[in-house]
Write a protein that binds this ligand. Structure first.
Ligand code: NAP
Length: 473
């Protein structure tokens, strides 16, 4: 596929191969953007902003709704692209494509709700004879950088609100999964988005990232990805707004009055969705000691039923990791934990990029698989005795995107929900739940700011005060 630069679809001599991680076959190639392309994109985006801010709100909403309709009309094509270039099974990919339609539709709706309020200037002496208000205005050029694990809907979470706000965008999708982003870009163009409002640059973050991030023409960076890249970006950004949607190591607490069978089923799905490559995937489960054995058996039983293999087959529950290298990393982390005394209850094996869904217990706190974000299909179980212990353990790491708990008791639910340090707490479901209109984001090393269309719109606009002085009044 070509990339969209300064209103044209362009090729480059240097290309990047996009491979299916299941069989390593080449699906397509994309241009490898250069420093010169970065300059062209930024200059075009500055002009594009002038066009974007002039679009009436109803025009922005129309483009967004039309793009949503195009994606809806080609849902299976989008799903196949997601499934082939990434890790998701075709069923997981269909869900993502449907969510992309929601995200764009919500963006169109929220575009019409951007508003300000009047300001009571005469609340203090000196403010008499003044009337005015503030309105929210678009922020300018938004640099959107997206990860591989939701290659379509996380792009929609940046393009939707930015276009609703009246901003222009330079999008840099993940190098391993650029095709879904390019297809969505095509849909925006087909829907009538004015030329130059959107540039989609395909290229390596390591090569073109610094120049994009540090450029003063960019007014906001909306980044979703890992902590290392996030840290580099915040260091280089200079004076501009930054939204950071980073990773986590999500805890779940299962209490002694919970529906243990449901908790196990929900946690298995939450741990192994997208082969565990999910920022809100379940990684640590703290189980009340009275129900530990029953929950552990439930987890092993539900994991044993998981079908892994060919992503394109309807019956497959879990596909490969994004690369064999990533699967090998997870295998190493499991080996390190085993060496330190952990027990593999089920799974642990690997064939190429296919990592078996794995359940561990007895994982020491020093193990990498306990401390760091695993971003793979493994989950750790730990018995706990008191609410205080469960909370202390769940909150012990420097992450906080989602947390979850299972209990039938309302007091326990409130105590745990209020005590868990996270951007969102799910009760009687795993951490792996997100509605595209809810505020979404993390605390600690999990991020800065919130997405979820209405909340992204706050970040991608800024208040502007209009004040009339009326001395003759
Ligand atoms: P990643 O390696 O950090 O890459 C994310 C994006 O950043 C890619 O487009 C990448 O480009 C780009 N990038 C890398 N280095 C850069 C630099 N120096 N300057 C500018 N851009 C740079 O993350 P990933 O492996 O794709 O995704 C997994 C991570 O994302 C996990 O930690 C996961 O938890 C997190 N995530 C968070 C959320 C959330 O909403 N909180 C959602 C999904 C995923 P290249 O591909 O060219 O390297």
């Amino acid at each position: 596929m070509k990339m969209l630069l300064a209103g044209s679809w362009v090729d480059r001599d240097k290309t990047i191969e996009v491979r299916d991680p299941f069989d390593n076959s080449v699906i397509d190639t994309v241009p490898r953007a250069s420093a010169a392309d970065v300059e062209t994109a930024l200059a075009a985006a500055v002009k594009g902003f002038e066009a974007a801010r002039k679009m009436a709100v109803y025009e922005r909403a129309q483009v967004l709704l039309k793009t949503a309709a195009i994606v809806q009309g080609r849902l299976e094509e989008f799903a196949v692209t997601i499934a082939r270039e990434g890790s998701k099974t075709i069923r997981e990919a269909r869900k993502e494509a449907r969510r992309c339609v929601n995200t764009l539709t919500i963006s169109a709706e929220e575009a019409k709700r951007i508003s300000g309020e009047t300001i009571p200037f005469d609340s203090f002496p000196g403010g008499e004879k003044r009337v005015g208000y503030y309105q929210r205005v678009p922020i300018g050029v938004v640099l959107a950088i997206t990860p591989f694990n939701d290659p379509l809907n996380l792009v929609a979470h940046k393009l939707g609100p930015a276009i609703a706000a009246g901003d222009s965008v330079v999008l840099k999708p993940a190098t391993v999964t650029p095709l879904s982003a390019l297809k969505l870009t095509e849909a925006f163009v087909e829907a009538g988005l004015p030329p130059l409002v959107l540039q989609t640059l395909t290229g390596h973050g390591a090569e073109i990232g610094d120049a994009l991030v540090a450029d003063p023409r960019v007014r906001m960076i909306s980044f979703t990805g890992g902590l290392d890249a996030g840290q580099r970006i915040t260091t280089l950004a200079g004076i501009k707004k930054i939204g950071m949607e980073l990773g986590s190591n999500s805890p779940v607490i299962v209490w002694n009055d919970a529906d243990v069978r449901w908790a196990a089923e929900s946690c298995v799905s939450g741990a192994f969705w997208a082969a565990g490559q999910n920022c809100i995937g379940v990684q640590r489960i703290y189980v009340h000691k009275d129900v530990y054995a029953a929950f552990r058996d439930g987890m092993v039983e539900a994991t044993a039923k998981y079908k892994i293999g060919d992503k394109m087959k309807e019956e497959t529950d879990m596909g490969p990791m994004i690369t064999e290298g990533e699967a090998k990393r997870v295998e190493r982390w499991i080996a390190e934990a085993k060496q330190a005394g952990a027990k593999v209850l089920i799974g642990g094996g690997r064939t190429g990029a296919l990592m078996q869904p794995t359940v561990l217990e007895g994982v020491p706190k020093t193990a990498t698989i306990h401390r760091e974000e695993v971003f793979g299909p493994t989950v750790n179980l730990y018995p706990v005795a008191t609410v205080e212990e469960a909370l202390a353990e769940a909150n012990s790491l420097p992450f906080g995107l989602h947390a979850a708990l299972f209990t039938r008791d309302v007091d326990t639910a409130f105590k745990l929900a209020l005590g868990l340090d996270a951007g969102g707490v799910m009760i009687n479901d795993s951490t792996d739940y997100r509605l595209d209109s809810m505020p979404f984001g993390g605390i600690k090393n999990s991020g800065l700011g919130r997405e979820g269309v209405k909340f992204s719109l706050q970040e991608m606009t800024e208040p502007k005060v209009i004040c009339f002085y009326l001395p003759t009044m």
